[in-house]
Design a protein around this ligand. Structure first.
Ligand code: PRT
Ligand code: MG
Length: 214
């Protein structure tokens, strides 16, 4: 029984490579230089598939992959059904924050009972956060370039991932509230864990031993 590992290109792939190495797995080809979606590894029974970051939980849930690496943001939006999350890998760290246009009076806008127009890809996280604050929100779902929404008057605020803050700054936006810290998790299909226990345990244990705490 072979193992399929779902990863996304970019920071998650890059930061997962050392963890794969700890499990004795090396990918034969550099995915950044290829248009392929399936990559063999040095182990004949292990392969890596590359999917969109937000699709990793979906592939693992439905058994398209046995195991994957996904940001907590993607996992919360997905809902986590059918997934076992044994490890915080401490990689691809960032935070989910609220940001507004420079000069926008956020504190006045979120006074109790107010209405706020939010643009975000992270509608579940945003909805729960503002519900707890008692602020009514009109949600505009976007799939990228959230920063543009307040600049064009389409929204009062955005809820987005922030890492260095450089993207907000370049677009004259300011971070006004931090909602939660984000890192990536190892995601395992619950049925696969039973059927392919030895191989998946090896991956989980090797990853656990290689996590850099911080
Ligand atoms: O890009 P795509 O639409 O395919 O999907 P994605 O953006 O979800 O995937 P990807 O590969 O960009 O990110 C994968 C995961 O990395 C996310 O789900 C997060 O868990 C994590 N991560 C860590 C980040 C960042 N840091 C990050 N900075 N994901 C995205 N960003 C973006 C952010 O959305 C914003 O546009 O980078 C920009 C802000 O960065 P700073 O450094 O300018 O603040
Ligand atoms: Mg991205």
């Amino acid at each position: 029984m072979s193992i399929t590992i779902a990863l996304s290109k970019g920071r998650i792939y890059d930061e997962t490579l050392p963890l794969l190495a700890a499990a004795g797995i090396t990918v034969a080809e550099d995915p950044e230089k290829s248009r392929k979606l399936i990559f063999p590894t040095n182990q004949p029974d292990v392969r890596v598939v590359l999917v969109r970051a937000s699709d990793v939980p979906v592939y693992v849930q439905y058994g398209g992959a046995d195991v994957g690496v996904a940001g907590l943001d993607s996992l919360i939006e997905h809902g986590g059904q059918g997934l076992y999350l044994p490890l915080d890998l401490q990689i691809a760290q960032c935070r989910v924050s609220v940001a507004v246009r420079e000069g926008f009076d956020y504190q006045a806008a979120v006074r109790q009972g107010a209405r706020l127009k939010i643009a975000t890809k992270y509608t579940s996280i945003a909805r729960e956060f503002f519900a707890k604050k008692g602020v009514h929100v009109d949600m505009v779902k976007l799939y990228g370039s959230m920063e543009l929404a307040p600049l064009t008057g389409m929204a009062d605020a955005i809820v987005d991932l922030v890492s260095t803050g450089g993207t907000l700054k370049a677009n004259h936006l300011v971070e006004v509230e931090r909602i939660m810290d984000i890192s990536s998790r190892l995601v395992v299909n619950q049925a696969a864990l039973k059927l392919k226990q030895a191989k998946l345990r090896h991956i989980i244990d090797s990853f656990a031993g290689a996590v850099v705490k911080g």
